[in-house]
Design a binder for this molecule. Structure first.
Ligand code: F0G
Length: 481
C-alpha cells in the first residue's frame, strides 16, 4: 500500500510480514567478472550462488502466502479425479467465470496447445504484442504473427496510461486485408511483457471484443499478469476507480473466449491454466492434453501446486496482493528517474525496465545494447536482470539479425520477495553505472542457438570492457563488494 510520509513523499509499505527467509550472497566485483565471463555475458547462464538480487524474472520466483503453503498440505495426490483439481475448477468458475478448466505445466504449454488446436499454416495471428515463446509456437505452426499496437506503445518515456492497447484501426485493416477466415484468434496480453509491462484498458478490451465478435474471431487472453492489469485499470481509468480488482477481472473475463496463463506470475505458483466457456474449445484442447501434459485433473502440474493455484487465484483479487509488485516497481522507476536514468514510463507491471538505447547511446543495435546493459548491471551490482531486446529476437529466414523494437534491460520485481532497502541498493548501483556508461561496450555472439537464442546463447564483451568497468568499480568501492 502506498503511504504518504510527513515530508510529502510516498513509499510502498508491505501489507504482509515475512516469516520465511532465504540467505543470499553478494559476490565481490572480481568474482562477478569471472562469473559473467563463465556465463558468456548471458545472465540466464549465471548460477544463483553468484547472484545477489535475482531480478531475472517474476516467473515462479514469488513469495507464496501462508494459506498457499497450507493448502499444499491438503493436496489430493491422485493421477485422475483429484479433489484438488475440482477445487481449482470451482475457484476458476467463481473468480474468472469459466466452466471449463484445463491445467497445464506452464504458460508455454498452453501456447503449444493453442497452436496445435487453432493455428494452421498461412494463418495470421493478431496480438497487442508478442511474447517470445508465444511467437515461436505460432510461427512453428506456420502462422505469421502480427503485432497491432498503438503508436504510443514504443514510446519509452510516455505518460500514456495504457500503452498495451491494441490499435483498432489496424485490427480492421488486417481483417480487410487477410479476411477473418485466416485469423484464428486475436490475442490480448495483460500487462504486455515485452513492451515494458504495459497494461491495456478495459475499454480497449471491450472494443477489441466487439470488432472480433462481429467477424467471428475468438478473443484469446494471456492472463499471466491478469491481476496487475486489473490494478492498472483501477488506478488509471477514473471510470473504473470504484470497481474492485475482482470486479474488473470478472468484467474482463466476460469478454474473453479463451483464457490462458502462466500461473508462475499473478497467482504465485508454478503451473499454467487454460479456461473457457466453450465446450467445443475445451473438447478440442482436451484431446491433446494427455499426450503433451498429463491427465485432465493435473495437466503436468504437481497437485500441490494445483491446490496452491486455487488459493493464489483468490488472493490475487485482494487489492494489496495485486498492487504489491506494481507499487514497488513505480518506486524503483521513480527513483531512477530522479537520478536522471532512462527508466521506461509509465511504470508498468512485472519489472522496472531501463531503456538501453538511451542508457548506452554510443552502442549500435547490432552490438546488443540491452544485453550489454544487463551484463553491466550485474558487474556493477550483483543484480541479475534480463535482456529484452534484439538478443531476444531470433534471426530471420535469411539469417539476418532482426532488430527489436525496443532494447530494454528488465529488472523484475518478484512479488513480496525484495525489500525497499534492496531496491535502494539497486538504484544506487545503477546510478553509478549510468555515471560510468561510456565504459560499457558491445557484445558479440560466440555460440548462437537457432531458436530462442537468448536462453543459451554465449557472447563476449568487445574489447574486454567488462574488466575496465570492474576496475572503475573497485577504484570507488574497494574489492569487498
Ligand atoms: N505469456 C506471458 C505474458 C509471459 O510473460 C510468459 C512468461 C509466458 C506467456 C510463458 O509462460 O514461462 O509459464 O511458460 N514469462 C516469463 C518471463 C518467462 O520471465 O517473463 P511460462
Amino acid at each position: 500500500m502506498n503511504i504518504q510520509l510527513r515530508n510529502g513523499k510516498t513509499i510502498p509499505v508491505e501489507m504482509h510480514k515475512v516469516r520465511i527467509v532465504q540467505k543470499i550472497n553478494l559476490p565481490p566485483a572480481k568474482r562477478r567478472l569471472e562469473a559473467m565471463t563463465e556465463a558468456g555475458y548471458n545472465t540466464f547462464l549465471l548460477r544463483t550462488r553468484d547472484v545477489f538480487l535475482d531480478m531475472l524474472t517474476d516467473s515462479g520466483t514469488n513469495a507464496m502466502s501462508d494459506n498457499q503453503l497450507a493448502a499444499m498440505m491438503i493436496a489430493d495426490d491422485a493421477y485422475a479425479g483429484s479433489e484438488s483439481f475440482f477445487r481449482l475448477a470451482d475457484t476458476v468458475r467463481d473468480i474468472l467465470g469459466f466452466n471449463y478448466s484445463i491445467p497445464v505445466h506452464q504458460g508455454r504449454a498452453a501456447e503449444h496447445l493453442l497452436a496445435k488446436v487453432f493455428v494452421k499454416p498461412g494463418d495470421v495471428v493478431l496480438m497487442n504484442y508478442h511474447f517470445t515463446t508465444t511467437k515461436a509456437h505460432f510461427e512453428i505452426a506456420g502462422a505469421t504473427v502480427l503485432e497491432i499496437y498503438t503508436d504510443e506503445a514504443m514510446n519509452t518515456s510516455s505518460t500514456h496510461p495504457f500503452r498495451g492497447n491494441l490499435d483498432l484501426r489496424k485490427f480492421q485493416e488486417c481483417i480487410d486485408k487477410y479476411g477473418a477466415a485466416r485469423i484464428p484468434f486475436v490475442r490480448m496480453e495483460a500487462t504486455t511483457n515485452l513492451v515494458g509491462g504495459q497494461p491495456f484498458s478495459l475499454d480497449n478490451l471491450r472494443q477489441v471484443k466487439q470488432l472480433a465478435a462481429a467477424h467471428n474471431i475468438p478473443l484469446v487472453y494471456d492472463g499471466s499478469l491478469i491481476s496487475e492489469n486489473a490494478y492498472f485499470i483501477k488506478e488509471r481509468d477514473p471510470s473504473c476507480a470504484g470497481m474492485s480488482i475482482a470486479e474488473i477481472i470478472r468484467e474482463m473475463m466476460s469478454l474473453v473466449d479463451l483464457l490462458y496463463l502462466s500461473a508462475r506470475k499473478s497467482t504465485c505458483v508454478r503451473g499454467g491454466l487454460m479456461a473457457t466457456n466453450s465446450k467445443d474449445y475445451y473438447d478440442r484442447i482436451l484431446a491433446w492434453l494427455p499426450l503433451y501434459e498429463g491427465f485432465s485433473t493435473y495437466g503436468g502440474m504437481s497437485i500441490k501446486e494445483v491446490e496452491a493455484m486455487s488459493v493464489g487465484l483468490r488472493e490475487m483479487t485482494d487489492y494489496h496482493v495485486a498492487s504489491v509488485s506494481p507499487e514497488f516497481i513505480a518506486y524503483f522507476v521513480n527513483r531512477l528517474l530522479e537520478n536522471g536514468l532512462p527508466a521506461v514510463t509509465p511504470p508498468g507491471g512485472l519489472a522496472c525496465h531501463v531503456d538501453a538505447k538511451r542508457f548506452l547511446p554510443h552502442l549500435p543495435q547490432s552490438q546488443y545494447p540491452a544485453g550489454a546493459l544487463a551484463a553491466a548491471i550485474y558487474l556493477a551490482s550483483g543484480v541479475r536482470s534480463m535482456e529484452r531486446g534484439s538478443i531476444s529476437m531470433d534471426r530471420d529466414a535469411q539469417g539476418n539479425d532482426v532488430p527489436a523494437d525496443l532494447e530494454l534491460a528488465r529488472l523484475a520485481v518478484p512479488r513480496r520477495v525484495y525489500t525497499l532497502s534492496q531496491i535502494e541498493y539497486a538504484v544506487d548501483r545503477l546510478t553509478w553505472l549510468y555515471q560510468h556508461r561510456e565504459l560499457v561496450g558491445g557484445l558479440e555472439f560466440i555460440e548462437e542457438p537457432k531458436v530462442l537464442r537468448f536462453f543459451f546463447g554465449r557472447l563476449k564483451a568487445l574489447d574486454g570492457w567488462g574488466s575496465k568497468l570492474v576496475q572503475a568499480f573497485e577504484a570507488e568501492f574497494g574489492t569487498a563488494c
